[in-house]
Design a protein around this ligand. Structure first.
Ligand code: EPZ
Length: 419
C-alpha cells in the first residue's frame, strides 16, 4: 500500500507553480459534451479526477488526446448511453454529465455520484432545477434517468448557493428554448471559468460571478478552447505551508483576489505576505496570533481550506475558534491532529472547534479521511518533529497535482513509499 512519509521541520524556500483548478477542470471536461465538434482545454491539472472523467468520455465514444496539460476532446462520435456506477462513483463531478447530456441529448442515465465523505451531499437542487426546465426525473435506487421532450428556459431560485447546482443548470439551460435565470447562484471563480468556456462555444451566459445568472438558449455550440484558471485551493494550501515554514517561498500563477479571504486571515495572524503580479511571496511568522475562522460560500473563507488552516491554528498563540458552515461532516482530520499532539476541542454536531496553541506536533501514523483532511495532515507532518506516515493517500492525489515534486523542490523531506 502506498503511503506518504514526511520528515518534518525543514525550512522551505524557492518557487512553486500552481496548476489548473481541479474544481474547474472537472466541470469543463463534462461541459465539452455540449459542443458538436472538437474542444481544447489548456492548463488541465494532472490529477486522478481528470483520468476518471476521460474514462467516462471514452465510454460515451468520445476521442481524447492529452499532451502534458493540454487536453483535446472530439465529440463527433458521441454515443449517449448509461454511465456505469463504477465510473461515476470515482468522483463527485461526474454529476456534471447530467446537465451536459440532458442539455445536449435531452436524456441522461447515470448513478448518484461519488466524492469525498464530508456530508450527505444531496443533489436535490440539481434535480429540482432540471424538472423546472421541463425534464422528467426517474430515480430507482441510486440510478437516475432524466429526460425531456424539450427544455424550456425559466427562473430557478436555489435554496443554497450550490456550486454544483449552479454549473449543472447552466449546462442544461444553454441549449434550452428561451431564457433561464438562476437566482441565488453560487459565485465561485470556477463557475465563471465554465461560463467563459460555454460562451467561447457560442452560448449566451451573463451575470456569472453575481448571484443572478442569465442564460439565453442557443441552437448550436461550436469548436472552442479554454484555459483552466489557477487552483485557488492548491495556492491556499501552499500559502498556509509558507506561513509555517516559508523563507521567501514564492507561489507563481496565483490570482490573489481568488484567495483574498485567506490572505487577509494570514495577515491578521502576523504572516508576512508580498503580492506581486500573479505571484505571492510568503515568509513564516515569528509568532502567529490566534484568530477565528468561519467557512462560507465565495467570496467568504472557503470550506476547502478549513481543514488545512486548522493545522496552522494549532501553532497560533492563544485560543482560535473554527466554524464549518457548509458541510456537516468535515472534521475527519481532527483526531489525527490530536494524535500528533494538537489541543483541539471539537463539537461534531455544531461543526465548531476550539483550538489552543501553540502546541508542538510529533510525527505519527495518520490516515487521510478525505482530500482536504489529507492536506491538513501533510502540513502537520511538515512541521512535526520526527516522521509522519499518511495512509489512504489516493484521496490526496485526487486533487493535488505534483504534490511530492513541488514540496521536495523547495526543500521538504517528503516521499511516497510502498509499505
Ligand atoms: C463543490 O462541491 C466542490 N467540489 C467542493 O470541493 C467544495 O467544497 C464545494 O463546491 C463548496 O465550495 C467540486 O467542485 C467538484 P455545493 P459541490 O453544491 O458542488 C448542499 C474539494 O475538496 N447541497 O456548493 O458538491 C451540500 O450538501 C471539494 O475540492 C444540497 O443540499 O458543493 C453542501 O452542504 C469538496 N443540495 C452545500 O449545499 C444540492 O443539490 C454546498 O454544496 C447541492 C448542494
Amino acid at each position: 500500500m502506498k503511503k506518504i512519509v514526511i520528515e518534518g521541520g525543514k525550512t522551505l524556500s524557492g518557487e512553486i507553480n500552481i496548476g489548473g483548478a481541479k474544481n474547474s477542470a472537472v466541470a469543463l471536461i463534462p461541459a465539452a459534451i455540449l459542443c458538436d465538434e472538437e474542444v481544447s482545454l489548456y492548463n488541465v491539472p494532472n490529477i486522478s479526477d481528470r483520468d476518471a472523467l476521460i474514462d467516462i468520455l471514452h465510454h460515451l465514444n468520445c476521442q481524447t488526446s492529452l499532451d502534458k496539460d493540454a487536453l483535446k476532446i472530439d465529440l463527433r462520435q458521441l454515443k449517449n448511453k448509461l454511465i456505469p456506477e463504477n465510473l461515476g462513483k470515482k468522483l463527485r463531478a461526474s454529476y456534471y454529465f447530467m446537465g451536459a447530456l440532458l442539455g445536449k441529448m435531452k436524456k441522461v442515465e447515470m448513478y448518484f455520484p461519488g466524492g469525498c465523505n464530508i456530508g450527505s451531499r444531496p443533489i436535490d437542487l440539481h434535480i429540482k432545477g432540471f424538472e423546472m426546465l421541463g425534464a422528467k426525473v426517474k430515480i430507482v435506487g441510486n440510478k437516475y434517468t432524466i429526460e425531456a421532450k424539450e427544455l424550456i428556459g425559466t427562473r430557478i431560485y436555489l435554496d443554497i448557493a450550490s456550486v454544483g447546482a449552479t454549473i449543472n443548470l447552466m449546462l442544461a439551460a444553454c441549449k434550452a428554448k428561451g431564457t433561464t435565470i438562476i437566482s441565488n447562484a453560487a459565485r465561485e471563480p470556477e463557475i465563471t471559468n465554465v461560463a467563459t468556456f460555454l460562451n467561447n462555444m457560442g452560448a449566451k451566459i451573463s451575470g456569472v460571478g453575481t448571484s443572478e445568472i442569465k442564460i439565453e438558449g442557443v441552437e448550436k455550440l461550436h469548436k472552442a478552447m479554454i484555459d483552466v484558471i489557477p487552483d485557488r485551493i492548491e495556492a491556499g494550501t501552499y500559502a498556509i505551508i509558507g506561513a509555517l515554514l516559508g523563507k521567501d517561498l514564492k507561489l507563481n500563477n496565483v490570482i490573489d483576489e481568488h484567495i483574498e479571504a485567506l490572505l487577509s486571515k494570514l495577515k491578521d495572524m502576523g504572516v508576512d505576505i508580498k503580492e506581486e503580479k500573479n505571484s505571492i511571496i510568503i515568509n513564516r511568522a515569528k509568532s502567529l496570533e490566534a484568530i477565528n475562522i468561519k467557512t462560507l460560500v465565495y467570496p467568504g473563507f472557503p470550506t476547502d481550506l478549513g481543514q488545512p488552516i486548522t493545522t496552522l491554528l494549532t501553532q497560533a498563540k492563544g485560543v482560535s475558534l473554527f466554524e464549518e458552515t457548509i458541510y456537516e461532516n468535515r472534521f475527519g482530520h481532527i483526531k489525527y491532529l490530536q494524535k500528533m499532539g494538537a489541543t483541539i476541542n471539537a463539537n461534531v454536531h455544531s461543526m465548531q472547534a476550539i483550538i489552543i496553541g501553540p502546541t508542538k506536533l510529533i510525527g505519527a501514523d495518520v490516515v487521510a479521511t478525505d482530500l482536504r483532511a489529507g492536506a491538513s495532515l501533510v502540513i502537520a507532518g511538515l512541521i512535526a518533529e520526527g516522521t509522519t506516515t499518511i495512509s489512504e493517500i489516493e484521496h490526496i492525489l485526487r486533487g493535488y497535482d505534483g504534490l511530492i515534486e513541488k514540496l521536495t523542490g523547495v526543500g521538504a523531506n517528503i516521499r511516497i513509499e510502498e509499505i
